[in-house]
Design a protein around this ligand. Structure first.
Ligand SMILES: Cc1ncc(COP(=O)(O)O)c(C=O)c1O
Length: 300
């Protein structure tokens, strides 16, 4: 899917995961260093290192709602320069979302430092405080990655898209054709139907919003360290200092003793993640209630 009449290219990908590979190789030389946030989506580290790129981790903190800022980027760049920045808002695992001013700050900082921004917008539509803002609204220099997996609940269809600036079009076309040929036709057809089914997506989102408040209240009362509810996506990233300093052991015990599946923070942050866990509230309200109830029995 390509249009040459406008100075951008939209590439249809097999989910956002299959967008990352051509995006990195289109924008950067082999071995280039790309910055990512810590905590962050684990596949960023694994994919970048697996493809032979370097990484620079930008530490985020709960005090700032886990939000990435321009000064964070500039400080990390001074410590260790990088050519690209890959970040998601709303984010996995924290659900942190930047507002328009925050995104403008990130875009401007990247421009000033000569850093190519890759904006992973897979959780767009799942902002609880207002409309999601795309980097495409602020710059034509960024690569935008998106997918039908989250807002449209179409994970198994493996369908997404990538928006690229003018100067990267030819390289992206060549890479996409050589690496993947195309996204599956059936999934492309299904994806064209999805925007007509927004009522369903909004219904799911309304359910997540209820779960989000429920989980936040429940985690507070159980003694997890957690700030205000995350702004987006469907995750809570909570501190477990009250219970353990080993997030993997804690998750194993929750699974075995409470029958509740949560994810250890070390998957998202190899430095400080032992003190955190991620909980997903994408399920049914009853599942959240049951999980809180079961965890309460074990933790108390
Ligand atoms: C931040 C982020 N980006 C990308 C992905 C990959 O999604 P998909 O390949 O299904 O589009 C995920 C999946 O959880 C994610 O959390």
């Amino acid at each position: 899917m390509a249009s040459r009449s406008i100075p951008i290219l939209i590439v249809c990908t097999m989910g956002s995961s299959a967008g990352f590979i051509p995006a990195f190789h289109t924008a950067f030389r082999p071995g280039a260093r790309i910055a990512i946030t810590r905590p962050g989506y684990p596949a960023y580290v694994n994919t970048l290192l697996g493809l032979g790129f370097g990484i620079a981790e930008i530490p985020l903190n709960a005090g700032n709602g886990w939000r990435l800022t321009g000064p964070d980027i500039a400080a990390a760049h001074t410590r260790e320069p990088f050519e690209g920045l890959l970040f998601a808002s709303p984010a996995n695992p924290t659900g942190a979302a930047v507002d328009r001013a925050g995104l403008a700050d990130i875009v401007a900082t990247c421009k000033r430092l000569g850093v190519r921004l890759i904006s992973d917008e897979i959780y767009h539509g799942l902002d609880y405080r207002g409309p999601s803002v795309s980097a495409l609204e602020l710059t034509r220099d960024a690569i935008i990655i998106n997918s039908f997996s989250k807002y449209y609940c179409m994970t198994g269809w493996r369908i997404g898209w990538m928006v690229l600036p003018d100067e990267l079009i030819r390289r992206a076309e060549i890479l996409q054709q050589n690496l993947f040929i195309s996204a599956p036709t059936l999934s492309q057809i299904a994806a064209t139907a999805a925007p007509g089914e927004r009522d369903y997506a909004e219904q799911q989102k309304a359910g997540y919003a209820i779960n989000r408040a429920l989980l936040d209240e429940g985690l507070h009362s159980l003694g997890f360290e957690i700030g205000s509810p995350s702004n987006g996506a469907f995750y809570a990233y909570a501190g477990i200092a009250e219970f353990s300093n080993d997030s993997m052991a804690f998750c194993q015990s929750m699974l075995e003793d409470a029958g509740v599946a949560i994810t250890p923070g070390i998957d998202f942050d190899r430095t400080d993640g032992a003190h955190f866990v991620r909980l997903s509230y994408a399920g049914k309200r009853e599942s959240i209630e049951l999980a809180l109830d079961r965890m309460a029995k074990v933790l108390r």
